[in-house]
Design a binder for this molecule. Structure first.
Ligand code: ZN
Ligand code: FE
Length: 249
């Protein structure tokens, strides 16, 4: 960065299934349009059509069907290129390019850096676009939460949290689910003395009552309120994850 500020990237939220968000990012200089984790095809294609955009890329964070289910039909309709985790290539047969930490993916003039953040799934990746102050975190970092440990362990999730923590506070975090209210109800139990968390929950309760989305969030907000990003050890993260798994809020 040379003081030119955030580069333009228009990001659209497409709510699908019960609580998934598909993110559509349009880079206006090149005209490229990318979708992250398309659970379905029709709603995504319709959204692009309504804006006069053509989808040129899909980025997948992990193999789960609610993140890849639209891949084949969107590709058939647009001829887009699909990029996803090298560690899950055999589980995502629609991939054109496989990537892992250290790789970059171009979106027009913007560069996304790939991070390996396994834990929810064995090969889960995230995409960080520092020039746009944007991160796509899939099912690893959520607003006030983290993904369930289906294929990995707490040590891996703790390591993943350190990678998110290292991003600038102003980084916008685009996660793949609207889990904020449920996450927050557990978070206030985990950290009952956290004033920033209590204040955030007031806002989240109001937003959800009004039917509004609560994401994107930001790295700074998560550093202040997310009990998994804030866990001080692998053991504490493991305890909190187990407690959340059985939490009835
Ligand atoms: Zn998932
Ligand atoms: Fe998911």
């Amino acid at each position: 960065m040379w003081g030119i500020g955030k580069m333009a990237l228009e990001i659209i939220r497409i709510p699908v299934l019960s609580d998934n968000y598909v993110w559509m990012a349009h880079e206006p200089v090149s005209g490229e349009t990318m979708v992250v984790d398309p659970a379905v095809a029709d709603a995504v294609l319709a959204e692009a059509d309504s804006r006069g955009w053509t989808i040129t890329q899909i980025w997948n964070t992990h193999w789960h069907p609610d993140h890849t289910g639209g891949n084949a039909d969107i590709k058939a309709a647009t001829g887009c290129t699909i990029t996803g985790p090298a560690g899950e290539a055999e589980r995502i047969p629609t991939l054109d390019r496989t990537v892992s930490e250290g790789d970059t993916v171009a979106l027009g003039g913007l560069t996304a850096h790939v991070l390996d953040v396994p834990a929810h799934t064995a090969g889960h990746i995230a995409f960080h676009l520092p020039e746009a102050a944007t991160a796509f975190t899939g099912d690893t970092l959520f607003a006030m939460g983290c993904g369930r440990l289906f294929e990995g362990d707490a040590a891996q999730m703790y390591a993943a949290m350190r990678k998110f923590e290292a991003m600038p506070d102003e980084t916008a975090v685009y996660c793949a689910h609207e889990y904020t209210l449920s996450n927050g109800r557990y978070a206030v139990v985990a950290e009952p003395d956290n004033a920033a968390l209590a204040a955030r929950m007031v806002e989240v309760e109001a937003a959800r009552a009004a039917g509004e989305a609560t994401v994107p969030t930001s790295i700074g907000l998560e550093k202040a309120t997310n009990p998994f990003l804030r866990a001080i050890s692998v053991e504490q993260l493991a305890e909190r994850r187990a407690a959340k798994d059985s939490f009835k809020g």
